[in-house]
Design a protein around this ligand. Sequence first.
Ligand code: UN1
Length: 507
Amino acid sequence: MTQSFPTPAAHARDLLDTLGVPARPADAGQPVRSPIDGSVLTHVAFDDAREIEAKVAAARRAFDAWRVVPAPRRGELVRLFGEELRAAKADLAALVTLEAGKIASEAAGEVQEMIDICDFAVGLSRQLHGLTIASERPGHSMRETWHPLGPVAVISAFNFPVAVWAWNACLALVCGDPVIWKPSEKTPLTALATHAILKRALARFGDAPEGLASVVQGGRDAGERLARDPRIPLVSATGSTRMGKALAPVVAERFGRSILELGGNNAMIVTPSADLSLALRAIVFSAAGTAGQRCTSLRRLIVHESLVDKVADAVDTAFQRLPVGDPREGKTLLGPLIDRQAYEAFVAAMDAVRAEGGTVSGGERLLADQWPEAFYVRPALARLSAPAPCMQRETFAPLLHVVPYNSFDMAMAIQNDVPQGLSSCVMTNDVREAEAFLSAAGSDCGIANVNIGPSGAEIGGAFGGEKETGGGRESGSDSWKQYMRRQTATVNYSGALPLAQGVRFDL
Ligand code: UN1
């Protein structure tokens, strides 16, 4: 039986109240729509140039105070934020579902990813280790220290509306940096809600400086304004390759740093020794999950020619059976695309497959009678006899291309022959193939997996990719170093002044 839910607007209003987002006039500013039914949830005003200036100036002032707070004490703020997130998890996840259209379990997973990065960052706050280095001069010591960098701008995308900000913000805060967040204009409410949660942690913390964390609502102009601002030494941006190509030169022009997490065109190689039932589950989750709207979604399936029909038929059957619908329903596995533009890109990508000699099954629009302004689709499987130009592009929708290969070298070549380099995987029980895939001559991606799909990475590893994916790394491992400046210090505790490299300069 279909469950009944309040209207998305009424539900969003309730959640915003519960989460503590200050009330706002419902009919002023930009409309925010729910992809569930296309209805307007509320309106959010964009910040104008003056408001953005005030937030950057406040962040800059906050930096002066925050950078001298001991790092473990800065970690305490993130620990409190993690506690507040745990308390708000169900409500924030429900808002992610309303605003981004994620199914309940994936929305909860997204908030869990925030909690996980909080825990990671709290530990990190006691481990911002530098180095001591042997000096070549007698009576000298050398060391490398990591110091806070300055305000960090985070530009996030609609598909992970809160987790990707948290990856950046939790690290930045323990590293001593204020954070200015420009969320996607498609998902401003989850940003406001996250901020309300952070405000509670700030209140409990007590003496954090004003302006330590802020949200700038706006579109491309607002992002560009932050990218241009020399008071912001680091801009971390997630979105399309097109966005990154526009943004990176603006930041580089003033010698700012950027962390870019852009397009992916992720592949799986299925070899003859693969466990096919495991492969099938990995394929369906990573290609159709999140309605194909993860940077890490599976877009290209490269299958040994002896298995390609069998695997493709099994995927096709699984796609046909996937429950598509209201993401609030417990049984739904595939919610809506974010908007009409996403649907049109999906249709155009399927047309390109057909024009290039492939066949497409699935891909129909669903539930259009019930919700003419919402875009639900059956995931699509595109079968091609060889790689084609349509496989070079990322389409942010559940469209999976499948091609055969006949040698592992050929599979590897197909996998790497795209402009993007985010995530990749091989399904094999042959240790030589697994190691070859992970070797220097193997996958050229930032993420390379064996016997799991390309999506759903944990926060402990560095996340990001090569080539047109932008080269940035966020989240775990030593990604924190990007949020700090490295200082090499040499101290002379002798009474003499020996010069390095034996240079003589006697006066
Ligand atoms: C993204 O799609 O922008 O690995 C991030 C994953 C998630 C993060 C995806 N942990 O799929």
